[in-house]
Design a protein around this ligand. Structure first.
Ligand code: F6R
Length: 606
């Protein structure tokens, strides 16, 4: 069931129970930090004097003042939604309750059999207000509470009747407990231990930024588990059997500063600028581990790289790294297409999955397919404790710190850096690769100065009114052309397309007319001469050619964005001005680059 989803909610959920009496404010503040998971509508339920108050609305939680939730309360749950089941309306927003408002639930995922459960409940006289699958949950819990007043047991029994992948948080007027259950969608506990500064309590959220301002001590809820907490203690249980599960507490490395915007107007710009340090963190890997992975690739009967979106472009660049640096063939597949590759998988094959969030449904499906063939799985992820991290046989972390902008930036360069290190290790030259990447970090540090950023801001002003933009590259700059197009499209909504330079004359060049902006990504590499020829072909058709590369190619480039000559690490430096350009195009066109329309950060749907 877990992987057979067509639809699911990609939402943020957050709950608190503990000694603090401002539970409503806590969850609203935390929810603002989860808004990247969905921003169609929001809602909060909190217990006040034994009753549950619910407030919910369409729009963004960022516009809502936490002060509106200041009633004394120790128990609250909240939700920010990316709509799938039912339109964006106040009634469809979570939390959902039963008719008398004694049970409140927030939910991320899908109840696949909700229609049949709903029909059954309707026959029993239950009334429904929304079009969501979620609304059956509080009604079913109410049914279970008729035979026993044990709330946790009622939630567990209700969960037994659901098919699908979900994470829920529930509360009931009859108890001061927060109950959570997980089958697939992420859920993490934050532990606040009684100290002079912090009262005792527990936070439960889809992701760490919700509670990072309160604690860095976490406990991971695994699939098929539930937790029950009254704020003083917490119990982890097997969702099916109710058996107790022991749990470790883990201190996470992320800091509050990393999770906040700081002096920047948007997370996207902050995260682009952070690449000065994040790439250095990515390459700070145990040499022995990288060598072991290289050995596993050498002895594997077929190495496959699977990922989605931007992470897939990192894998495409890696295909060139493995070829040019290590002369080793790997197969790169978009995770959503991996299903059709299962014929090639053997127990001796190796699947390398790459994911920032560690939650992408298509990538999880690729892992499941590899497992079914007995192949081993290596994950390269950013989020520690994420589902992909936990499903893989082995994980390397890129250590980029939280990436909050919906458009992936620093994760991409971290992923490419780690993959490049592995390619160098495969060549037997890990130290050489590490040195090259360290030099690249120093070059990026010099490049990312305010004057450089301003230059690109001015370039954005020149082209922001354009309807179309094309980007070309060759070799490892080809995936960067595709990635540049993703960035520009998703945040500025300008139509942008990336092509391999050599493909232009096989069709796309028909689109070029006077004044169309075209970006040419160049390097000091074996295809340098060819890409300049392609730039001249564009120019001959009237294109306004913007060159990104270490050399000013006159007369091919009308504009030149200088980047350092980084050798094999050229794609890491070339993509950065394109990220900055995408950012300014969005801002100058009045769009919010952190929350592009129709998108959410973790894509937990197939
Ligand atoms: C685009 C973007 C997406 C993600 C893709 C995979 O800017 O962020 O294309 O790269 O959804 O996400 P992860 O890396 O979390 O698996």
């Amino acid at each position: 069931m877990y992987f057979s989803l067509e639809y699911a909610n990609m939402c943020g959920i957050f709950g608190y129970v503990g000694k603090r009496a401002d539970a409503g404010c806590i969850v609203v503040r935390g929810l603002k930090n989860l808004e990247y998971r969905g921003y169609d509508s929001w809602g909060v339920a909190y217990q006040v004097n034994g009753s549950i108050l619910v407030k919910k609305d369409v729009g963004r939680i960022s516009a809502v003042s936490a002060d509106l939730f200041s009633n004394a309360s120790n128990l609250a749950l909240a939700h920010t939604r990316w709509a799938t089941h039912g339109g964006v309306t106040q009634l469809n927003a979570h939390p959902h309750t039963n008719e008398d408002g004694t049970v409140a639930v927030v939910h991320n995922g899908i109840i696949e059999n909700f229609q049949e459960l709903k029909e059954d409940l309707l026959k029993r006289g239950h009334l429904f207000l929304s079009e969501t699958d979620t609304e059956v949950i509080p009604h079913l819990i109410e049914e279970e509470l008729r035979s026993s007043d044990d709330f946790a047991l009622a939630v567990r029994k209700a969960c037994m009747r659901f098919q699908g992948r979900f994470a829920i948080l529930a509360m009931h007027t009859g108890s001061q407990t927060l109950v959570a259950a997980r089958t697939g969608s992420p859920l993490i506990v934050g532990v606040s231990k009684e100290t002079a500064d912090h009262p005792q309590g527990y936070f439960i959220a889809s992701d760490i930024p919700a509670f990072i301002e309160h604690t860095r001590l976490v406990q991971y809820i695994d699939d098929g588990e539930m937790v029950v907490t009254d704020g003083n203690s917490i119990l982890f249980m097997d969702l099916k059997t109710g058996e107790e599960r022991p749990k470790r507490e883990v201190e996470i490395q992320w800091t509050i500063e990393q999770a906040q915007k700081g002096k920047y107007a948007h997370y996207m710009l902050k995260e682009i600028m952070e690449q000065k340090e994040s790439i250095a963190r990515a390459i700070n890997q145990e040499e022995e581990e990288i060598e072991t992975i290289a050995k596993a690739i050498r002895s594997a009967r077929g190495t496959f790289l699977a990922a989605s979106g931007t992470a897939h472009k990192a894998c495409m660049a890696a295909e060139y790294f493995f070829s040019v640096i290590a002369e080793h063939h790997v197969n790169v597949v978009s995770a959503c297409e991996f299903k059709l590759y299962h014929h090639f998988l053997k127990p001796e094959s190796l699947l390398i999955v790459v994911s920032q969030s560690g939650e992408t449904a298509d990538v999880l499906e690729a892992i499941k397919i590899a497992r079914s063939k007995g192949s081993k799985v290596l994950a390269i992820v950013n989020v520690q404790g994420s589902t992909i991290d936990r499903e893989a046989d082995y994980t390397l972390y890129i250590n980029a710190g939280p990436e909050r902008g919906v458009a992936s930036t620093k994760a991409l360069t971290g992923q490419m850096a780690v993959l490049m290190l592995i390619a160098y290790a495969l060549k037997g030259a890990l130290r050489e690769g590490k040195q090259l990447l360290l030099d690249t970090v120093a070059q990026i540090n010099d490049m990312l100065n305010p004057r450089y950023v301003e230059r690109i801001e001015h370039l954005a002003e020149k082209i922001r009114q354009k309807n179309d933009l094309y980007i070309i590259g060759r070799g490892w700059n080809y995936p960067m052309a595709l990635e540049s197009a993703i960035k520009i499209k998703e945040v500025s909504y300008i139509h942008a397309e990336g092509f391999a330079g050599g493909e232009l004359k096989h069709g796309p060049i028909a689109l070029i007319e006077e004044g169309v902006p075209c970006v040419v990504l160049a390097g000091n590499d074996e295809v340098a001469v060819d890409i300049v020829s392609n730039a001249l072909e564009l120019k001959a058709r009237g294109a306004y050619v913007i060159g990104v590369g270490p050399a000013r190619r006159r007369p091919a480039f009308d504009e030149w964005i200088k980047v350092p000559d980084a050798g094999a690490a050229q794609p890491l430096v070339n993509i950065i001005p394109m990220q900055i350009l995408a950012y300014f195009l969005a801002v100058q066109r009045g769009k919010d680059p952190d929350m592009p329309r129709n998108l959410a950060k973790s894509v937990t749907v197939k």
